[in-house]
Design a protein around this ligand. Structure first.
Ligand code: 3EB
Length: 328
């Protein structure tokens, strides 16, 4: 089996029995999560499930996995792909910029130390992401802390990877990432201003991510599509109109997939759909189902980083490669 990601409803404990599992990401709040023997491959995201195929997301590989903790950082790798994660208290009394800087610094230090110097995908779950006003808005503080840690580690904008940043439930900032010894290929969207070039009105430091990252692993070709929302240029589109935001979002994803020029498949096969208001779930499921009838979809309750955005969609396109590097 090649490196692959899937949704699963098998209990986490059972999934972790396999030594080829790199990571299990649980869609649950800390309160909902059952207590299990500690395992560095398990991450509780703080994102509740609204509907869909996935109660958890599993990353599997064909080779045995080594895993452990380095201080607060969970890690697991198969020699080629590293999964690293960390969780920190981001309750309102704490300085979110400083907490984020420390979390990202620890993750990047671990990646460097273990020889996986290239982040290819990152997920950020930020409690109360829309809290705070103006430049004290929590998403802006988060962006400043992440930017500083990436800059400290020599990451310039052309090395930023695909990412998502959404609001979770609870007090824990949860960040996890996939890193490689060999860089991926980052892709921007011609319909959108690159996030790292957003104008000053969105905050003192821009969001540090690429719209997508393509990665050729030894036995699989992956395209990681970042959280994508109803943004055209740098402006939010279709405010107050969920169906309109879905249509702009899928137009953005469509344009990104063609810009990525990945051979073969033209559709995402595993999606996460983040929905702000549970009342929008039916409209959302109807439109997503029409756009992508055969994909595996997890619908998650999350706040989106701009308060006018009702939803955000991310996904992965995966193809197995034969030994010669050909798409099967
Ligand atoms: C946007 O396009 C919407 O800060 O890592 C999407 C994906 C968004 C990733 C991030 C933010 C991030 O600006 C928000």
């Amino acid at each position: 089996m090649a490196l692959c990601m899937q949704h699963s409803s098998v209990p986490t404990e059972r999934l972790l029995e396999s030594e080829c599992v790199l990571a299990v990401l649980e869609f649950a709040t800390a309160e909902q999560a059952v207590s299990l023997a500690p395992d560095p491959r398990r991450i509780v995201t703080g994102l509740p499930v609204l509907a869909g195929d996935g109660l958890r997301e599993v990353w599997r590989t064909s080779r045995p996995v080594r895993s452990g903790w380095d201080g607060a950082v969970h890690w697991a790798h198969d020699g080629e792909a590293l999964f690293a994660a960390t969780i920190a208290d981001a309750s309102p009394a704490r300085d979110l910029e400083a907490v984020t800087h420390q979390v990202w610094r620890r993750l990047l230090q671990l990646c460097r130390k273990m020889g996986f110097r290239h982040v290819v995908r990152a997920w950020n779950h930020v409690p109360r992401i829309n809290g705070g006003e103006g430049d004290r808005e929590r998403y802006r503080l988060f962006c400043a802390g992440r930017y500083r840690a990436l800059t400290d580690h020599g990451y310039v904008s052309r090395r930023y990877s695909a990412a998502s940043a959404v609001g979770n439930v609870g007090d824990a900032l949860v960040v996890y990432l996939l890193a490689s010894r060999v860089p991926g290929r980052h892709v921007e969207n011609p319909r959108q201003v690159s996030a790292y070039a957003y104008p000053r009105q969105y905050g003192p430091r821009p969001p540090s991510f690429a719209r997508a990252t393509a990665k050729a692993w030894r036995d699989a070709l992956h395209l990681y599509v970042s959280g994508t929302a109803s943004i055209v240029g740098h402006q939010s589109a279709a405010r107050g109109d969920v169906a309109g935001q879905l249509s702009v979002t899928f137009a953005n994803i469509g344009r990104l997939l063609s810009a990525a020029e990945v051979p073969g498949n033209e559709r995402l096969d595993v999606l996460r759909v983040y929905v702000r208001d549970p009342a929008d779930i039916e409209t959302t499921m109807a439109v997503v189902g029409e756009y992508t009838p055969s994909a595996s979809v997890a619908y998650l309750r999350a706040d989106i980083c701009r308060s006018e955005l009702a939803l955000e969609i991310e996904g992965v396109m995966q193809q197995k490669l034969s030994g010669s590097g050909r798409v099967e």
